[in-house]
Ligand binder design. Structure first.
Ligand SMILES: *Cc1c(COP(=O)(O)O)cnc(C)c1O
Length: 498
C-alpha cells in the first residue's frame, strides 16, 4: 500500500459523470420505448444461463464502462417489463421513473436508517413519509410505523406487534411453546399466504389460524367469525387478532372493515388490515364507504411498490399506537450510543421493526408523493379502476368472453368458445383446461401479461391494473389478443381430443 492509498473501487468525478450520463441515456431510451418491447423474454432458464456464461468468479477486474454497457444490454433484452402498458399480471406496478432516480440518490448518500444519528435527515424523511401515507389512506397522521421490503414484511411486523400486545407477557422469556395459552387468529380464507408463513415462523402454528369462509360477495362471513370466536373462548382458546383484507389478492374484494372493527372491540382483539394491494384506493372519494373502518385499525399493511407505483422494494406498516412496535422490537445493547440528540428523543428505526441496518427506501416514496400530490394519485388510481371496469364491460359485450368479477382494479374473466357441446360438468372442466393453457400461452407470448384466479371453481384470466402506462387502447387490444389466442387454443385442444 502506498502512503496515499489508491484503490480500484472509487471512481473519479469525470469518469463517474461519463458513466452516469451514458447510463441515464440508456435508461431514458428504455422508458421511451418500453411499449414497443415484448412484455417478456421467451428464453428458457438454460438459455439465459448460457447467455451469462458458466465462468467462475473473475480473478481480475473489468472496467465499469464495459460492465455497464454489457449489463444494460443483458437486462433490456432478457427481462419481463412490469412497466409495459400491457403488463397486468399479479400485483406489480409500473415503476415511477422518479423512483429510479431516487434510488440512485439514496444509494449515493447511503444513510443507514437504523438510527437517527446515522441518518439524520433520512430518518426525518421516513417519518414524514409514514405520516403522509397515513393521511393518504385516511387514517390519523398520529399512526406511526416504518418502511419495509414489501407486503409480507409489513404484515409480519404488524403480526408481531399484535402478538406482543395480546399474548401473555411471559412469552418473551419463556417462549411460546411453554405458554399454556392457545393463541388463535381469525381471517377469511382469501387471506394472502403471508398469514401461514407468520403462523409458522412466529411460533403459533398453522392450527392457530381460523380460516373463516366468505359470503357470496367474497367477504369474510361475520356471523361465522363471531360464532367461531365465542366457541373458541368457551373451549379455552385465547383469540388475539382479527385480520381484515382491503383488496384480496385474487379478486380485489374489501372486507366489511367497520364490522370487523366492532367485533374486534367486543372481544378485545387486535384489528389488523392487510391493505397491501387495495388500501390506496381509499383516496378515491366515491369509494369512501367501502373503506369505512380503516380508522379503527390497530395496524395496517400497505405496499407502495404496488398501487403507489414505487419501484421494488417498498412496503409500509402503520400502527395506531407506535409504542407497540417499540415494545416488540426495541433493544438497547451497550455498543449503541443512539439514545438522545441534544436533549430531544431521537427516533431510531431499528427499534421499530425486524431490520437493524436499513436502506433509505422512503426516499422514492416521499419524492413520488410530492411529484404527484394527493390529486395526482387520485387521478391515476381512479383511471386504473376505470380501465379495469372497461375490461369487464368489454367481456360482458363479447359472446366469447365471460366476465366473472370486478373489484377495485382487478377484473377476472374467461374465454368461452362459441360451440362446445358437452354436459355442464364436462364443459366446466374443459373451460378450466382451456383457460389455463390459454394463460400459459399468453404469459410466454410476450404480447400481454395476465395472471390467473380461481373463482367459484372457474379458472379465470385475471387482469390487475396498477399501471399508469395502460390506456383504453391497450385494454381493447388485450381483448382482441385473448380472443385470437383463445380461438387458436380451442382448435388445438379440439384436434387433440379427436
Ligand atoms: C401482494 C400482497 C401481499 C404480499 O406483498 P409482497 O409485497 O409481495 O410481500 C400481501 N397481501 C396482499 C393482500 C397482497 O396483495
Amino acid at each position: 500500500m502506498t502512503e496515499n492509498r489508491e484503490n480500484q473501487i472509487d471512481i473519479n468525478k469525470n469518469e463517474f459523470q461519463k458513466l452516469g450520463y451514458q447510463l441515464i441515456d440508456r435508461i431514458a431510451d428504455l422508458i421511451d420505448n418500453i411499449d414497443k418491447k415484448p412484455v417478456t423474454t421467451t428464453k428458457t432458464p438454460s438459455e439465459l444461463q448460457n447467455i451469462l456464461g458458466h465462468q467462475s468468479l473473475p480473478e481480475k477486474g473489468t472496467a465499469p464502462d464495459e460492465l455497464l454497457i454489457k449489463t444494460t444490454h443483458l437486462l433490456f433484452n432478457n427481462s419481463l417489463f412490469n412497466g409495459h402498458p400491457k403488463f397486468l399480471g399479479y400485483i406489480t406496478s409500473s415503476a415511477a421513473p422518479l423512483g429510479a432516480l431516487a434510488d440512485l440518490l439514496a444509494a449515493s448518500v447511503n444513510p443507514n436508517v437504523g438510527a437517527h444519528m446515522l441518518s439524520p435527515i433520512a430518518t426525518e424523511i421516513e417519518k414524514q413519509t409514514v405520516k403522509w401515507l397515513a393521511e393518504f389512506i385516511g387514517v390519523s397522521p398520529s399512526y406511526g410505523g416504518l418502511l419495509v421490503s414489501g407486503g409480507n414484511m409489513a404484515n409480519f411486523t404488524a403480526f408481531l406487534a399484535a402478538r406482543t400486545a395480546k399474548a401473555p407477557k411471559s412469552i418473551s422469556e419463556n417462549g411460546i411453546s411453554n405458554s399454556t395459552e392457545k393463541l388463535t387468529i381469525y381471517c377469511s380464507k382469501t387471506t394472502h399466504t403471508w398469514i401461514e408463513k407468520a403462523a409458522i415462523l412466529f411460533g403459533l402454528g398453522t392450527k392457530s389460524i381460523r380460516w373463516i369462509p366468505t359470503t357470496s360477495s367474497n367477504k369474510i362471513d361475520e356471523d361465522v367469525l363471531e360464532k367461531t370466536i365465542t366457541e373458541d373462548l368457551k373451549n379455552g382458546y385465547k383469540p388475539i387478532m382479527i385480520i381484515g383484507t382491503a383488496g384480496d389478492v385474487s379478486t380485489g374484494t374489501v372486507d366489511n372493515l367497520k364490522n370487523l372493527s366492532t367485533i374486534s372491540k367486543t372481544y378485545n382483539l387486535w384489528f389488523h388490515i392487510d391493505g397491501a394491494y387495495g388500501i390506496p384506493a381509499a383516496i378515491i372519494p366515491s369509494l369512501k364507504d367501502i373503506f369505512e373502518g380503516v380508522t379503527e385499525a390497530d395496524s395496517i399493511a400497505l405496499d407502495p411498490h404496488k398501487w403507489l407505483y414505487s419501484p421494488l422494494e417498498a412496503g409500509c406498516t402503520l400502527v395506531k399506537n407506535p409504542q407497540h412496535l417499540i415494545d416488540t422490537f426495541s433493544s438497547h445493547p451497550e455498543y449503541y450510543n443512539f439514545t438522545s440528540s441534544e436533549g430531544e428523543i431521537a427516533q431510531n428505526y431499528y427499534e421499530f421493526g425486524l431490520q437493524n441496518s436499513r436502506g433509505f427506501r422512503a426516499l422514492k416514496v416521499w419524492l413520488t408523493l410530492q411529484h404527484l400530490g394527493r390529486s395526482g394519485y387520485e387521478k391515476l388510481i381512479g383511471e386504473d379502476i376505470e380501465l379495469s371496469k372497461l375490461l369487464f364491460h368489454l367481456a360482458e359485450k363479447h359472446d366469447e368472453l365471460e366476465p366473472v368479477t370486478q373489484n377495485l382494479s382487478i377484473t377476472t374473466f374467461r374465454y368461452i368458445p362459441k360451440h362446445v357441446k358437452m354436459s355442464l360438468d364436462d364443459k366446466n372442466t374443459y373451460l378450466n383446461t382451456l383457460n389455463e393453457k390459454l394463460l400459459n400461452e399468453l404469459q410466454t407470448g410476450g404480447e400481454v401479461f395476465l395472471s390467473n384466479a380461481i373463482v367459484n371453481q372457474k379458472y379465470c384470466l385475471r387482469a390487475c391494473v396498477v399501471n399508469f402506462r395502460t390506456s383504453k387502447k391497450d385494454i381493447k387490444e388485450i381483448v382482441d389478443i385473448v380472443i385470437r389466442e383463445g380461438q387458436k387454443m380451442h382448435i388445438k385442444l379440439s384436434n387433440q381430443n379427436n
